[in-house]
Design a protein around this ligand. Structure first.
Ligand code: G3P
Length: 227
């Protein structure tokens, strides 16, 4: 499963990249507005942090505006992916981008037939919003399972990019469902790692390590690292 970070905060992206397991970044107009940054400046800075896919969302809602922005984003860097909303003009723009070799992330997906349209339009990624479905008592993970089955039935290459993630269980369940990617809020990255029994177990191991007579390796380590 590929991990993207879902944020407009460059510091969070840098921190996530330090883990060594970051595969890409997704942004959206709300996240960028929150950052206070100009969109293109922010995306260019993100390009300096990762060479993985970076999703930049069009602000237009009409075909011509979307295509203008798509061409502008395509000039920024090869790893910039154009994010298009799952509306009629977004699907039309996705078809054109596909023909022109521009990578796309079709977003605001809430139903399996929408995801089917995105795949038929040649989307590189489709972003089903699991958290927002859960928020209104729909089963967000069921959508992931439905899309996975549909895409496998027809061998669509569009990658399922699980979005609107609210916590580590979304990642677990999306991975079990066979999603290709999860785009993860920065705070959730930390939640994936932590388990109280790991901390308890390591504390005991450290305590017991101190009882082991120091051998050459440890003595040389301490000398080398000036412990
Ligand atoms: O960036 C796309 C998506 O992950 C945002 O979802 O529900 O956290 O705004 P949400």
């Amino acid at each position: 499963m590929k991990f993207f970070v879902d944020t407009g905060e460059i510091d969070e992206i840098r921190e996530a990249a330090k883990l060594g397991i970051l595969d890409g970044v997704t942004t959206n107009p709300s996240l960028v507005a929150k950052s206070g940054r100009k969109y293109k400046d922010l995306v260019k800075e993100i390009c300096d942090v990762t060479d993985g896919p970076i999703s930049a969302e069009v602000l237009s809602t009409d075909y011509d505006g979307m295509m203008f922005e798509a061409h502008e984003w395509h000039k920024v860097a090869d790893n910039v992916v154009v994010k298009l909303p799952l509306i009629e003009d977004g699907i039309k723009a996705c078809v054109t981008c596909t023909k022109e070799g521009i990578k796309t992330n079709v977003t605001l997906c809430f139903g399996p037939t929408q995801a089917l349209l995105a795949a038929k339009a040649g989307a590189t990624f489709v972003s089903p919003f699991v958290g927002r479905l859960d928020d209104i008592a729909y089963d967000g993970l069921e959508l992931i399972r439905e899309i996975r089955k549909i895409y496998d039935n027809y061998k669509y290459k569009t990658e399922i990019l699980t979005a609107s993630v609210r916590g580590p269980l979304h990642i677990r369940d999306a991975a079990l469902a066979g999603a290709d990617i999860a785009t993860i809020p920065f705070k959730v990255f930390g939640q994936l790692l932590k388990h109280p029994l790991t901390d308890v177990g390591l504390k005991k191991f450290v305590e017991d390590s101190a009882k082991i007579p120091k051998g050459t390796m440890i003595l040389e380590r301490d000398k080398a690292l000036k412990h």
